[in-house]
Design a protein around this ligand. Structure first.
Ligand code: SAH
Ligand code: SF4
Length: 395
């Protein structure tokens, strides 16, 4: 609940308005997880809150899948029994590089080919699965072995957009998440890792299940909670959209103080191919998306990210890189391109790009003067990488 609602709740109980702010601080800053820990609140008020059915808590992390690369994928229970996925990536995936956040060192570094190889399964052993009882997270925070981390957050259960290369699309749209369920994923994962906002470098990417701009109000309410109450800077957050034009236009109206950075899933060099892999392109073709993006005011040094999934033999040819470069130049925006080698999933008939084709594509874009970065595939062995989130119950 945002502060205004907590204030109203307190006033309904005949308490002063400032009690609402006090509650917000206890829940979001001190991160208390039970009503009895609200020691500043008179016991009688706590009792009345509990009697009227109010509770304090986190979405439960019901399963944890651990990758050989340190990534963790969680199934997080929503307000009903549906689960969504949240991913913890210690050291990030390189996706934040070059978009204006101060935390990154810029540079078109070449990643070792091992990072683009098949999932790592040492000795052929399956990745570890840890089915955990939904206990309170503070009891089992893993020992700290990270300097910075990225949390990938879901905005819907499933997705209605139906991109042909994405496993989440196979679920269809089950429902929207509430603001509490979206922000709650972040807080539950921060708790699990004992992360402290302000001390630790934690970035958020709204790139999990779902299309954030098709759940706009709840998504933005969650961002406001995370900025204003949890204390995470919007410059440490990136939202990715498949190009929902009315959503981008609303986003352009948001004040700098709560507007995350923007990433657009371009994924093809022209409308014909984009339409093939992303049917939504028929509704909002590339030019319409770019026109909407131009309306988003950018902060100094901020850049828009164009994500580009490389589909082997289909969208990974060097001449297509030249087309992308032209498109980015024509957009006339401070922009960069994030390349993502396609991650495979059952029942999806595309091919992974070869390491050589990824490198050729990257070099061609860089040669055309377009800032380009390669996103490290994280947690492929546990179905945690981009486009693999489908509540898969095995590793
Ligand atoms: N729905 C939003 C955000 C979630 S998807 C969007 O589509 O932008 C995050 C990114 O993963 C998108 O850029 C998407 O194009 C990419 N993606 C989807 N499926 C993928 C796959 N199988 N392999 C690699 N990237 C994928
Ligand atoms: Fe939805 Fe994004 Fe997957 Fe497309 S890529 S189906 S928009 S989650």
């Amino acid at each position: 609940m945002p502060v205004a609602e907590l204030e109203a709740l307190m006033m309904n109980l005949g308490e002063p308005r400032w009690r609402g702010r006090q509650l917000a601080e206890a829940m979001y800053c001190q991160r208390v997880t039970e009503m009895d820990a609200f020691t500043t609140l008179p016991k009688s008020v706590r009792g009345r809150l509990a009697e009227s059915g109010w509770g304090v808590g986190r979405p439960e992390i019901v399963s944890v899948f651990k990758s050989a690369d340190g990534t963790e994928r969680y199934l997080v229970r929503g307000n009903d029994d549906q689960t969504v996925e949240t991913v913890w990536m210690p050291e990030g995936d390189g996706g934040e590089a070059g978009d204006g956040s101060e935390v990154e060192v810029e540079g078109n570094s070449i990643l070792p080919s091992s990072l683009l190889s098949e999932p790592v399964r040492k000795d052929g052993a399956p990745a570890r699965i840890e089915d955990e009882a939904p206990t309170r997270v503070a009891d089992r925070a893993p020992t700290r072995s990270w300097d910075r981390a990225t949390i990938c957050v879901s905005s819907q259960v499933g997705c209605a957009v139906n991109c042909r290369f994405c496993l989440t699309a196979k679920l269809g749209l089950q429902r929207n998440l509430t603001a509490g369920e979206i922000a709650g994923q972040v807080v539950a994962v921060l708790d699990r890792h004992g992360a402290e906002v302000g001390r630790d470098r934690v970035n958020l990417v709204f790139m999990g299940m779902g299309e954030p701009f098709l759940n706009y109000d709840h998504f933005m309410a969650a961002v406001r909670l995370l900025v204003e109450e949890v204390g995470i800077s919007p410059l440490r957050m990136t939202v990715s959209t498949s190009g929902i034009v009315p959503g981008i236009e609303r986003f352009a109206q948001e004040p700098d103080s709560v507007r995350p950075k923007l990433a657009i899933s371009l994924n093809a060099p022209n409308d014909a191919l984009r339409e093939e892999v992303m049917p939504i392109n028929r509704k909002w073709p590339i030019d319409a998306v770019v026109d909407a993006v131009r309306k988003v005011p950018l902060r100094p040094r901020e850049r828009v990210t164009f994500e580009y999934v490389l589909l082997g033999g289909l969208t990974d040819r060097p001449e297509q890189a030249a087309e992308v470069a032209q498109l980015v130049r024509r957009a006339g925006l401070p922009a960069k391109v994030n390349l993502i080698a396609w991650n495979p999933g059952p029942g999806i008939e595309y091919f992974m790009p070869s390491f050589e084709s990824v490198e050729r594509f990257r070099c061609r874009l860089a040669g055309e003067g377009v800032p380009v970065f390669l996103r490290r595939p994280r947690g492929r062995d546990i179905y945690a990488a981009c486009g693999q989130l489908k509540r898969t119950l095995k590793a």
